[in-house]
Ligand binder design. Structure first.
Ligand code: UDP
Ligand code: MG
Length: 315
């Protein structure tokens, strides 16, 4: 059974030699017939040069280079679109996804699953980050329609039909964690110990994580908009009751000029609420804006082996 391993690489120059070595040791035991597809996501360091050398030396390693940094989601999509295998694995270039696990994952897949995902424990992580992500998943699973799991990332093995299903989702804003869950199929989980990065730096900053969190909620449904309707309804009802109260009060007892506190609370509170939901609406509008452009998810600059067109049709 042919196995393709898709690996997005962004500034991974320093780790590629080790990655190659480990994969050459591990993959032949998993599948006699395998290919590795390395996607250079517009790296600024010598990653592309390394990939050229690697592909020259070892024909089982292919690469394609994107014309600039399109982000990991796009890089994975590019890799998936080029994978020929009956089984396709996705993993990181920094060896934080232990390739040794692939054997077990592929075995599980043979048991009738379409996706086998690896779930990492959060050992060695800062307690605050651990707590925040735990809280986030508790919250998000109340909000989105698909089930998202803590510790489960992009490290997984898919069957051909699961890959085809993913490629058929043409949306531009890709929140892959949700997409993997959205396509469904029977999914098995394998646990592994968290591994620290060997070389290079993680590109995640707090701001990126926050944005990722918002993406998770907004990409999957319009419940925040629904919340705006409910909250708007509630506030209007309260405002109506209070208005009746003050009008009756004014008719009966005359008009008092003081009221600074009430007015300020009303103006500030409602102003904040309006801005918040204007932001929520803007978030959806922005997504529609990007989707309507129908731009390709990535552009290909260079590839090993047979040339790949600049724009690759998915599916
Ligand atoms: N990556 C990518 N494009 C990017 C950022 C990251 O292809 O814009 C790749 C990176 O080379 C690595 C994987 O995505 O193989 C995960 O990135 P990273 O290790 O920075 O994230 P973390 O492990 O901290 O989640
Ligand atoms: Mg990493």
């Amino acid at each position: 059974m042919r196995l393709s391993v898709v690996i997005p690489c962004f500034n991974e120059e320093r780790g590629l030699a080790e990655l190659h070595e480990v994969l050459c040791r591990v993959l032949p035991e998993v599948s006699e017939d395998f290919e590795v597809i390395l996607v250079d996501d517009g790296s600024k360091d010598g990653t592309l040069g390394e990939l050229r050398l690697l592909a020259d030396r070892d024909p089982r390693f292919r690469f394609l280079a994107l014309s600039r940094n399109f982000g990991k989601e796009a890089a994975m999509l590019a890799g998936l679109s080029q994978a020929n295998g009956e089984l396709v694995a996705i993993m990181d270039a920094d060896l934080q996804h232990p390739p040794e696990l692939l054997g077990r994952m592929v075995d599980l897949l043979a048991g009738g699953y379409d996706q086998v995902v690896a779930r990492r424990t959060r050992t060695g992580e800062k307690p605050t980050r651990k707590m925040l992500s735990h809280l986030y998943y508790r919250l998000i699973n109340k909000v989105v329609d698909v089930e998202l799991e803590d510790g489960v990332g992009d490290f997984r093995v898919l069957t051909r039909r699961a890959v085809q299903a993913l490629l058929s989702l043409g949306e531009y804003n890709r929140f892959s964690k949700g997409l993997f869950a959205w396509i469904g199929f029977d999914t098995a989980v394998v646990d592994y110990e968290n591994v620290q990065r060997h070389a290079g730096n993680s590109t995640w900053t707090f701001r990126k994580l926050l944005n990722y969190g918002i993406d998770g909620v907004v990409s999957f449904n319009n419940r925040p908009l629904r919340l705006a309707i409910y909250l708007g309804g509630l506030v209007t009802a309260l405002a109506f009751c209070y208005s009746v109260f003050i009008v009756v009060h004014a008719v009966r007892d005359g008009i008092f000029v003081p009221g600074y506190v009430t007015i300020m609370c009303g103006v500030l509170g409602l102003g904040g609420l309006q801005l918040l939901f204007l932001g929520v609406i803007g978030e959806y509008l922005g997504r529609i804006y990007y989707e309507t452009k129908r731009r390709p998810h990535f552009l290909v600059k260079e590839s090993s082996g047979r040339p790949i067109p600049v724009t690759v049709p998915l599916g």
